[in-house]
Design a protein around this ligand. Structure first.
Ligand code: SF4
Length: 335
């Protein structure tokens, strides 16, 4: 049984990888409203879904609170506006008020564009239409195989129906203003031939009205992610070599850069802690993964790692910051 954090003013929204706002020093902000996922993809780099083995907590953020932090972060970065990229260590469509989140982001007047990534398990034609009406510009849709059985195996989910997702995608490409970027995860030995078929299908249905139609993703074996038995991730060199062959074959660009999406460097949110710094944090509960506690300090969330036992909620603890990349804070306990 995992703990559930419902966040609406009780926690800061910068500092954690699994929820809130992530700034990586560009004019794009990742907006993470939820960590839930209905699927359990066999290659999932963040070990999401019902079959997760490392998670002990999930997060759900109130959309109004999240948008307040989006606007505040844009201001702190001294920007007029930023791209809002709704993603998750799960699937953003599990947020029950995802339409409202898009609408609120749009209403701020501070979102250059609003896009969302999903594997499509919860996407319907109706939902896509409502997202369009709320102001969504693009969906990055991961479809890893057009074959029903293979898609089920890859999704680790017996009820997953890729044919339904394909129909919704075709409706979006044909009838809605939302742009589609098809983003399959290429798992060598599993869906090699499927990638060509997905490219042909994406081009046929008219994905990529304004931006590139495809963004092929490389399977990676992450420390806390799920690893596909017997599959060795491709070397980047070999991955790009294959992308170049497909580029040539289909006359499209598959090796993409941030500029393709209007993403440029921008001032970062200043760091709240330096690596090596010792600080007091207040423990608020269990962490996202086993062996972690969640804590706060200086209006940031801090993950305390390497701990055992129940989280001493409410207690002040002395920690040393061991990681601060992109304002995501990891600390170890000082006894
Ligand atoms: S890859 Fe995406 S859709 Fe699949 S389990 Fe992970 S988060 Fe969910």
């Amino acid at each position: 049984m995992r703990a559930l954090y419902t966040i609406s003013g009780n926690l800061p929204l910068i500092g954690h990888i699994a929820f809130g706002i992530i700034d990586r020093g560009t004019n794009l902000l990742q907006v993470r409203p939820t960590s839930f996922c209905p699927l359990s993809c066999i290659f999932c780099s963040v070990d999401a879904g019902p079959r997760s083995r490392n998670r002990i907590a999930e997060f759900m953020v109130d959309e109004r609170y999240l948008v307040e932090w989006f606007v505040e972060t844009v201001k702190v970065k001294k920007l007029e506006s930023a791209h809002a990229y709704i993603d998750a260590v799960g699937d953003p469509l599990t947020h029950p008020r995802i339409i409202e989140l898009v609408r609120l982001l749009k209403n701020t007047g501070r979102a250059i564009s609003i896009s969302l990534e999903t594997h499509g398990a919860l996407l319907t034609e109706k939902l896509a239409e409502k997202l369009e009406e709320a102001g969504l510009d693009r969906i990055n849709l991961s479809i890893d195989s057009l074959d029903k059985e293979k898609a089920r195996v890859l999704s680790g989910t017996p009820w997953f129906d890729v044919e339904r997702v394909i129909k919704v995608a075709e409706h979006i490409a044909k009838n809605l203003s939302i742009d589609l970027l098809i983003a399959p995860v290429w798992v060598p030995g599993y869906n090699d031939e499927d990638i060509s078929r997905i490219i042909e299908w994406a081009l046929r249905i008219g994905a990529g009205k304004k931006h590139p139609p495809l963004g092929i993703q490389k399977y990676e074996a992450h420390k806390y992610g799920r690893k596909v038995p017997g599959v060795k991730p491709l070397r980047w060199r070999d991955f790009y070599k294959r992308l170049r062959v497909w580029e040539e074959q289909y006359g499209i660009r598959l090796i993409l850069s941030p500029q393709d999406f209007g993403i440029v460097k921008a001032p970062r949110v200043p760091l709240a802690f330096e690596v090596g710094e010792k600080a007091m944090v207040k423990v608020v509960g269990p962490g996202w993964l086993k062996g972690q506690w969640l804590a706060t300090s200086r209006n940031r969330v801090v993950t305390v790692v390497g701990v055992t036992g129940q989280s001493p909620v409410g207690q002040q603890m002395r920690v040393e910051i061991v990681r601060n990349k992109d304002n995501i804070y990891i600390a170890k306990l000082l006894w």
